[in-house]
Write a protein that binds this ligand. Structure first.
Ligand code: NAI
Length: 284
C-alpha cells in the first residue's frame, strides 16, 4: 500500500523546525504542496523571523517538492487570515491543517504569572482555534478536510511546571471532540497527536542517550497517516521513537445509589464507583 498526497495542499504551523519540519518534509515528499508556517521565535515565544520557514521551504524545493513560507504568528488573528489568504492565492485549496506551533513557559503554578498562562494558551489553544476557524469554511465548501491537533502527555496526564501548557494541550482535545461531530457531514476528519520527540523543546528535559532514539521523523508517519484519505476521526494517537498507541477517556460502570443517595453513601461506595476493572470508553 502506498499513500500519496498528489493534488493536496497542507498548512503545517510551526514547521520551521522540530516535529513540524519533519511533518512538512514527509508530506512534500509524498506530493503534497506545503505551506511552511513559522514565527521563528525562541522557545518562550519571544522574537521572530521568517528564516526558519524559508530554510524548510528551500529543503523541500531542493528535494523536488512544492512549498511556500509564511511567517505569521498563529496567535495573531490577522496573521492567520494572511496565512490562509496566501495559501489560497498560491494553491487554490486547503486539504490539510496540522496545528503544531507551540511554545513553553514552564514554572510551578505557585510562581507562574497569569501572563505566562495566557501566552501559552493563546499560542497552543487559541492558535489552533484561529487556524481551524480560518480553514473550516474552505474545507466545508470542498467537502474534504483533514486536521491534526498537537496535544501532549502533559495535557493528558499532567507534568510538574506545566499547568499552562497542560491546560492548553487538553483544550485542543476538547475542541477536537466537538469538531469531529460537526465535521462528519462534510468529510472533515480531525485527530490529535500526543508526541514525544527530541527537539529543542525537550533537549534539556530528556537524557542524551534517550534523545538519540526519539527522532521527530519517528513520530511523523503517524501524523501523516492522520492526514490521509482513510484517516480516522476523533483519535488521540500517542507516538514516540517509532512506537504508537491510542489514548482515550474511559468510564467505570455506573453505581446507582437510588433512594439511598447521600454523602455517606457516596463515601461507602467509593471503592465500587472508582473500580476501573470493567471501564470502557463511552458508547462501547
Ligand atoms: P519546536 O520548538 O522545535 O517547534 C515549535 C515550532 O513552533 C518552532 O519552530 C517555533 O518557532 C514555532 N512557533 C512557536 N510559536 C509560534 C507561533 N505563535 N506561530 C507560529 N509558529 C510558532 O518544538 P517541537 O517539539 O517540535 O514542538 C512541536 C509541537 O509538538 C508543539 O505543539 C509541542 O507542544 C508539541 N509537543 C512536543 C513534544 C516533544 O516531545 N517534542 C511533546 C508533546 C508535545
Amino acid at each position: 500500500m502506498s499513500i500519496d498526497f498528489k493534488g493536496k495542499v497542507a498548512i503545517v504551523t510551526g514547521s520551521g523546525g522540530g516535529l513540524g519540519r519533519t511533518h512538512a518534509l514527509e508530506l512534500a515528499k509524498r506530493g503534497c504542496k506545503v505551506v511552511v508556517n513559522d514565527l521563528g521565535g525562541s522557545m518562550d515565544g519571544s522574537g521572530g523571523s521568517s528564516q526558519a520557514a524559508q530554510s524548510v521551504v528551500a529543503e523541500i524545493k531542493a528535494a523536488g517538492g512544492d512549498a511556500i513560507a509564511n511567517g505569521s504568528s498563529v496567535s495573531d488573528k490577522k496573521g492567520v487570515e494572511n496565512l490562509v489568504k496566501e495559501t489560497m492565492a498560491a494553491y487554490g485549496r486547503i486539504d490539510i491543517l496540522i496545528n503544531n506551533a507551540g511554545i513553553l513557559r514552564d514554572k510551578s503554578f505557585k510562581k507562574m504569572t497569569l501572563e505566562d498562562f495566557e501566552l501559552v494558551v493563546n499560542v497552543h489553544l487559541m492558535g489552533s482555534v484561529y487556524c481551524t476557524a480560518a480553514v473550516w469554511p474552505i474545507m466545508n465548501e470542498q467537502n474534504y478536510g483533514r486536521i491534526v491537533m498537537t496535544t501532549s502527555p502533559s495535557g493528558l496526564y499532567g507534568n510538574f511546571g506545566q499547568a499552562n501548557y497542560g491546560a492548553a494541550k487538553l483544550g485542543v482535545v476538547g475542541f477536537m471532540n466537538t469538531l469531529k461531530i460537526e465535521g462528519q457531514k462534510t468529510n472533515i476528519r480531525i485527530n490529535a497527536i500526543a508526541p514525544v520527540a527530541a527537539t529543542r523543546m525537550t533537549e534539556n528535559l530528556i537524557p542524551g542517550a534517550m534523545l538519540e532514539k526519539l527522532g521527530p521523523e519517528l513520530v511523523t508517519p503517524g501524523v501523516v497517516y492522520l492526514c490521509s484519505e482513510d484517516a480516522p476521526s476523533g483519535t488521540i494517537l500517542q507516538a514516540q521513537g517509532g512506537q504508537f498507541s491510542v489514548a482515550t477517556i474511559v468510564e467505570s460502570p455506573w453505581v446507582n445509589l437510588g433512594d439511598k443517595v447521600s454523602v455517606e453513601a457516596v463515601a461507602e461506595n467509593w471503592a465500587k464507583i472508582t473500580d476501573l476493572t470493567a471501564a470502557k470508553p463511552r458508547g462501547r
